[in-house]
Ligand binder design. Structure first.
Ligand SMILES: Nc1ncnc2c1ncn2[C@@H]1O[C@H](COP(=O)(O)OP(=O)(O)OP(=O)(O)O)[C@@H](O)[C@H]1O
Ligand SMILES: [Mg+2]
Length: 278
């Protein structure tokens, strides 16, 4: 019997977390532009008595859930931290201090120190940008189609590397780093580029901006680990590789959690129990 459920209603996706009758954690997501699908799903589970809820669309979902007796709201960043701490413990990680980079529709970056946290930065470049720029440049709107095609694309005909600028000279930093994302496009405008290359380059831009900012904030706060979460990483090996390689190059340790999209929903679920124990 599912008595309690955690909900993270985000800008793009609404995530649910609950423990089923076999004691297993079940995770699901729905598009946030179809909140009625979420409430319909919940109305079909009459045994649900308590809901923990977070995210920017929480108030909208709450309004649609009038029949549920007990709704516990938790601020998004608190829920995310609770969820991340639980996931770190489950996966056997030992460190206490870290940067948490949540690549959602936009990207929000936090400094975690044990049970406390503070927001240290963020950028409007996120999963929404990946889908938005991909749609604008190729006409492909579906996230899964975008990442599948990006996987087989190449970036060297579009991105300008440091070594492309420093021709015949020693480079001041590694020559294979990106000097300018899409920088070759303004120099040679005659070429037609395959869709998968455009998508790979969009993904490179998003991944590198997020990672650059995360590394700088890790340096500022003198931490080694950067935990990258958010549904933008879903099935997205190419994006994870961009993030991981650049993070390691800068001598930081990237961490990808198993259920990286569900930290907020898991945190909202855990918060119900925390409230009951008060
Ligand atoms: N099935 C899917 N449908 C839409 N987007 C998806 C899907 N799977 C992965 N994504 C990617 O995940 C991103 C949303 O990630 P996430 O669910 O973490 O954000 P959110 O919580 O909705 O947003 P925010 O936290 O900024 O309010 C999308 O922008 C897209 O890049
Ligand atoms: Mg979110």
């Amino acid at each position: 019997m599912t008595k309690a459920i955690g909900i993270d209603a985000g800008g793009t996706l609404t995530k649910l977390a609950y423990v089923n009758e076999f004691g297993e954690l079940v995770l699901e997501h729905f598009p946030s532009n179809d909140l009625h699908a979420v409430t319909e799903w919940i109305s079909k589970q009459p045994e649900i008595e308590e809901i923990g809820i977070t995210g920017g669309r929480a108030e909208q979902v709450k309004d649609l859930l009038k029949s549920v007796k007990s709704i516990h709201y938790i601020v998004e960043f608190e829920a995310t931290l609770k969820g991340v701490r639980y996931q770190l413990m489950q996966e056997g990680h030992q460190f206490d201090r870290s940067i948490i980079t949540n690549v959602g529709t936009g990207t929000s970056i936090h400094y975690m120190d044990g049970e406390t946290h503070s927001r240290v930065g963020g950028t409007g470049i996120g999963g929404g940008t990946l889908v938005g720029l991909a749609a604008l440049t190729t006409g492909i709107y579906n996230y899964n189609d975008i990442i599948k095609q990006a996987q087989s694309g190449e970036r060297q005909e579009m991105d300008l590397l440091v070594q492309d600028i420093y021709q015949g000279m020693d480079t001041p930093i590694s020559g294979t780093l990106t000097a300018s994302n899409f920088g070759k496009m303004g120099i040679d405008q005659t070429k037609n580029h395959p869709t998968e290359n455009i998508l790979a380059t969009v993904q490179g831009l998003v991944g590198e901006v997020i990672t650059t900012l995360s590394i700088q904030l890790a340096e500022q706060n003198q931490v080694e680990h950067i935990i990258y979460i958010g549904t933008t990483l879903n099935e997205n090996e190419a994006l994870k590789k961009i993030i991981a390689n650049y993070t390691k190059l800068k001598k930081k340790t990237p961490i990808f959690l198993n259920d990286h999209g569900f930290s907020g929903a898991i945190g909202a679920l855990l918060n119900i129990a925390a409230n009951q124990n008060k």
